[in-house]
Design a protein around this ligand. Structure first.
Ligand code: ADP
Length: 252
């Protein structure tokens, strides 16, 4: 409301109000900056695979590819398109989370059963990376959004497999800790150095872009995980040692 001489208040009362307005402005500017950066990143990330696809297709169209090499180029186009689809899916997911569009009712979610389900869905991926994946614990139920927690599990386990060494291990455990449900995903993989540990939860942040590209990463997986944890008023911690492995603990 506008301040007039009649409704103006003493400075001591005005100051907290001004401080609040300043805080709100800062918050708004920060969100605006994040949105702008996100759009710029999205455009860049989408352009990369699209440029490859159009380049390969152009070569084929112009007859620059030996007939015997056509399957090789088709495979490249297929892979880039698959990457594009993954990226678009992740961008849609994160935008929905941003807008709190997933305003779905929370329901009882059995974390143990979910871990079992996610591990079995990731069986073939683990086999491809020559990584053994197992889980332990007991049935623990939390109030949550099924689809979101499933996403959290999947992203954490998939990372633990992808950023592992051949012959490495991934262990998922579910239990209760101080009245909360605790999920631990532990791997014997490449680890994350100290300087990157805080940043891996940022959107599009990847420690090693070329490795991540090889493994089909988008840099959005952990940002989605962080969102899901916040949505459920949970807590996430990361402990990692380069070359030794990573342990991610989520309390819900
Ligand atoms: P991406 O799609 O690239 O996997 P994420 O947001 O899931 O994106 O992870 C961000 C980055 O954090 C990854 O690119 C990788 O460098 C690093 N990272 C994530 N999980 C692990 C892990 N378990 N071990 C080692 N590095 C990891």
């Amino acid at each position: 409301d506008l301040v007039t001489p009649e409704n103006s208040c003493p400075y001591e009362e005005l100051e907290p109000l001004l401080a609040r307005i300043r805080r709100q402005n800062e918050e708004r500017q920060k969100n605006e900056k994040m949105r702008r950066e996100f759009s710029a990143n999205v455009s860049h990330e989408l352009k990369t695979p699209l440029t490859s696809i159009s380049g390969y297709a152009e070569l084929m169209k112009d007859g620059m590819v030996q007939p015997g090499d056509v399957p090789v180029f088709a495979e490249k186009i297929y892979k880039e398109a698959a990457r594009l689809i993954g990226l678009v899916n992740d961008i849609i997911k994160i935008s929905r989370l941003d807008e709190r569009k997933v305003g779905v009712e929370k329901e009882p979610v059995d974390l143990y059963q979910m871990a079992e389900d996610v591990c079995s869905r990731l069986d073939t991926v683990a086999a491809r990376y020559d990584v053994s994946l197992d889980f332990s614990g007991k049935p623990v139920t939390v109030q949550g959004v099924h689809q979101m927690i499933d996403e959290l599990f999947y992203n954490l386990c998939e990372n633990a497999i992808k950023y592992n060494h051949p012959g490495g291990k991934v262990h998922v455990s579910i239990d209760k800790f101080m009245d909360r449900a605790r999920i631990i995903v532990e791997d014997t993989g490449i680890g994350i150095s100290k300087e990157h540990q805080d940043r891996v939860f940022e959107r599009f942040y990847r420690v090693d872009k070329s490795h991540s590209r090889q493994t089909g990463g988008t840099g959005l997986g952990l940002a989605i995980v962080k969102h899901v944890v916040e949505y459920h008023d949970g807590k996430i911690t990361l402990e990692s040692e380069e070359g030794k492995g990573t342990k991610i603990t989520v309390l819900l």
